[in-house]
Design a protein around this ligand. Structure first.
Ligand SMILES: [Zn+2]
Length: 258
């Protein structure tokens, strides 16, 4: 993936499969960590590039996204910004909700409320930088589980992200790509784009190549959850509308042992 023009992007593994992400605004040098599964790999990644972490942008309240927030703030004095629901786990300096704007130097981000995976989930969208921080709403070839919300909510959130331009880069919350690809291949074995990307996922998993960044266009081509409205896929599933097909796919994925 090419980093967006006005930003530099650094991606690395944290915990077992969580995505560590640093985004740096080239114009100002300000640098945001995206979620804080654990502090030390984030601090080390910034140090290795000579970046100074000024902000922590939080996508949602789950423990594996906020547990390192207090330690990261202690280590860097960063400004912690996230949804109110992340408050118990993270020392928030600013609470954000639908429609708010946050600037990282010259780069503006709009906050979208994107519930479905968790009630407080937000997505950080910069149309200027062609980048969205989608947390656990979208994964490479997959989507988040429902935890406390409905499939209809997650479908609305995912559809909103899918309506962004094809060349918008998506920074996701985990590398679940191998398992997601196997599910996608089971759902659409006749789809050449899905099968080619599944082969790539197998190669990359074999070399432990961390893969948690994608684009809207690639997901529209290969992610069954983005493709729930595809007539052939709906026909295979026996569903008559995209929302029902999405809920059906989410159920099937929960039980999938590929
Ligand atoms: Zn989560």
């Amino acid at each position: 993936m090419q980093p967006p023009a006005s930003l530099e992007l650094q991606i690395f593994r944290t915990l077992s499969d969580n995505c560590g992400a640093l985004i740096r605004d080239r114009a100002s040098g300000l640098c945001a960590a995206v979620d804080a599964p654990e502090a030390s790999p984030i601090v080390e990644a910034a140090k290795a590039r000579g970046w100074t972490i000024s902000h922590l942008f939080i996508t949602h309240e789950h423990g594996d996204h906020v547990e390192g927030a207090a330690a990261l703030k202690a280590a860097t004095a960063c400004t912690v910004i996230g949804p109110a629901q992340a408050g118990p786990g993270a020392p928030l300096d600013r609470v954000v909700a639908e429609g708010d704007e946050v600037r990282l130097g010259e780069t503006p981000f709009r906050i979208w409320a994107t519930p479905g995976h968790s009630p407080g989930h937000v997505t950080w969208v910069s149309t200027a930088a062609k980048l969205a921080l989608v947390g656990d709403v979208v994964f490479v070839m997959g989507c988040g589980r429902l935890s406390g919300d409905t499939a209809a909510q997650l479908w609305r959130s995912l559809s909103r992200i899918a309506a962004l331009d094809d060349d918008v880069t998506l920074v996701t919350g985990h590398d679940y790509t191998f398992g997601n690809a196997r599910f996608a291949a089971a759902m659409e074995p006749g789809n050449a784009a899905v099968m080619a990307r599944t082969a790539e996922a197998e190669r990359r998993a074999a070399s432990r190549d961390f893969w948690a960044v994608t684009s809207v266009g690639e997901e529209k081509a290969t992610n069954p959850f983005f493709r729930a409205g595809d007539p052939a896929l709906m026909a295979r599933l026996g569903d008559s509308d995209a929302g029902a097909a999405f809920a059906h796919l989410r159920e099937l994925k929960n039980g999938f042992r590929g």
